[in-house]
Design a protein. Sequence first.
Length: 501
Amino acid sequence: MLESELGRLKIIGLGPKGINNLTLQAYRKLKQVDKLFVRTDKHSVISYLEKEEGIDFITFDELLICDYDFDQLVDEIFKQLQDNLDKNIDIGYAVPGNPLVGDKLINELLVKLSNERIEVIPGIDSLQLLKNNLELDSNSVQVIDSFGFKSEEIDVEKDLVITNISNQKTVFQLKKELLEIYPPDHSIQVIESGVNYTIKNSKFLLCNLDDLEDIEELINFYIPALTERLDIGLDKLGSLKTLVKVVAKLRSPEGCPWDLEQTHLSLRPHLIEETYEVLERIDLNDTAGLCEELGDLLLHVVFHAQLANEKDDFNIEDVIRSISEKMIRRHPHVFGAKDLDTSDEVIEEWEAIKATEKKSEETKESILDITRGLPALMEAQQIQSKAAKVGFDWKKIEGAVDKLKEELEEFEEALIADQKDRVREELGDLLFAIVNVGRFLDLDLELVLHDASCKFKNRFRYIEEKTINDELNKMSLNELEELWQKAKIKLEEEKINEKSK
């Protein structure tokens, strides 16, 4: 090798798959460089070079799954390449396909290094192999490398091929980006080059990409064009009208089979689950997660409105109009001339207006009529609060505590007598009495019990962490209690430290 050629970076295209797709120039350069870096060793050419040619290499696969953003990853790869160039040796950086087609990292390297220190050896790009197998019109296809992929670069009116996907982390990132511009049930064709470099296909819905198994060899995604972009309004993703159109499309004859099967009743458990997921994100102070979960909850509102609209019952505009009218009507101190200065006055006025509204409804008779389907703790608390407003209540918390003690004694008597029906009844009375005590303390019992459950889970998780394999079920109760007390102390200390920050 001539002295003038030392200290140069040779960026080498490996082609789409296999030694037969490697150009002669690329093959020669791979054997000539003093040190070889590869973007991923999941390309079959790399396996061939290692086994058949005895060529050593350094792969960036570990870097690709690190928690780096694109710029950090570019900087880290550049640093490693630059460090070796500074040693005045000839190094190679081998990438799948053609380095001049869609690889953002190469573009960044070309910017960071002077032209005289870089030589690019093109390869056959993946589209050459894919377009024949998929019968694609290359003039209407976008080909983008998975590295540094961003949704804003995509024209959804064209077919899209995302190349050189080497790990699940990239799959997760791609799914997140693609969901910004494609509906969750959009079809994704997963393509890998199999034995003898033939194409093997499998299809996933975009929302199910997480089900893609471990990636042992490079794969590509083929994503068909979203031909109805203008009708659905995907150019205005922040609009409620767009969501309404998306849901209507899902419920159309050409829509999703699962969505077409749903009814108001079938969606009930999903609605409850989504509501609790919103509450969980609030508890965790996870604003990004809260944004996502509120979107899921909004989807249910729009979906139920669509179901009603199909039967000419009401539509989403009726839902919005109804709540808008209610908010204006129940806030005369904001939208009218009434003066209310405190939160208590606002609540009192709200209840008065609400009571007036309910008088016009024929079915309302009892003051204890509340929303059906509430969680039991919340239902008990609301019932007691309504009864208390008409004077059916203890004057002080001591009365509620005495009642709690009384119910505990009756429960213990039923337990001793081994009367199952009575035990069940007395346990219910005991729970109801506990709710009454909590109400006097102005506590939300749903959240109190939720916090207690979280505390139990955290302590139990500590016990699990201190055991290995299946040791947990072999430990005695005394041993478990000892770990439980340690967990209690440790978590209390963490709680105190967190408060002191």
